[in-house]
Design a protein around this ligand. Structure first.
Ligand code: ZN
Length: 254
């Protein structure tokens, strides 16, 4: 996830934050804040958002957060913020619960459903969609593409790896991935990616429709408080990610 330069930047940022609060040592909280700053840019409390923009952001982030608590296979939300940061109007953090070398098909499906939650909530509550979901759609598509091309998770294409077999080649100025499949296969790949995304979109829509009241409660509370922790959200909504046992409190809280 991070390059060496990013990590140095991260540690530096965490040390600065700790120093700013007159602490003698860097605490986990400082590192968390530094990660948010390095990944998403500094908070922009002064950036003026219209009332509608704020409402859209709250509904969008609430969509991600709720789905992360309804789907058993994904990482549950630890923090939601609607304070603008970098290019984003708001953000939802769902850090991994544990280090895992492997991810199941169900987990990857779940990740796509959560990624689509923002757009689905906008559509259901505003009857319109915004460009705010561009990055979500990009990551959803990338996961689906990997499922089909790298992990052999498409039943139609089977257990094969498609493309990237010899790494990227430079042809002139363009970076071209070497293809080891035909144009016919390429169109099946596109169809499979679309099918996965469409399936996940329907699942996200159904879950959000069934939990509209909770979604609105969360969005309204966000408008009032701007930042909520995963624990606060779970307590407020009475939701527990079915994948986490109640006996184990979440590792990360903010
Ligand atoms: Zn989003």
């Amino acid at each position: 996830l991070f390059s060496g330069a990013d990590l140095a930047n991260l540690c530096n940022e965490a040390a600065l934050l700790a120093a700013r609060h007159n602490k003698e040592a860097v605490e986990e909280k400082d590192l968390e804040a530094a990660i948010e700053r390095v990944i998403m840019g500094p908070e922009k409390k002064s950036r003026v958002m219209t009332k509608r923009e704020k409402e859209l952001t709250a509904i969008h982030e609430a969509g991600h957060a709720i789905l992360s608590l309804l789907i058993p296979d994904v990482n549950p939300v630890t923090k939601v913020s609607i304070i603008p940061r970098g290019m984003a109007g708001g953000y939802t953090l769902t850090p991994p619960r544990e280090d895992k070398a492997y991810h199941s098909k169900a987990e990857l499906y779940g990740d796509i459903v959560v990624a689509l939650g923002g757009r689905v909530s906008e559509e259901l509550n505003f009857g319109d969609i915004t460009t705010g979901a561009a990055h979500d759609l990009e990551s959803a598509t990338e996961i689906a593409r990997k499922m089909v091309c790298d992990f052999g998770m498409s039943e139609r294409l089977g257990n094969i790896t498609l493309g990237k077999s010899h790494g990227p080649l430079f042809l002139g100025r363009d970076l071209v991935e070497e293809k080891n499949y035909s144009e016919a296969t390429a169109s099946i790949i596109d169809a499979e990616i679309k099918r996965i995304i469409d399936d996940c979109y329907s699942r996200a829509k159904k879950l959000i429709q069934e939990n509209q009241e909770k979604l609105k409660l969360l969005a309204n509370t966000l408008l009032e408080k701007e930042v909520l922790s995963g624990v606060e959200i779970r307590r407020m909504l009475g939701l527990t990610n079915p994948g986490i046992s109640n006996a184990n409190p979440p590792i990360q809280q903010s």
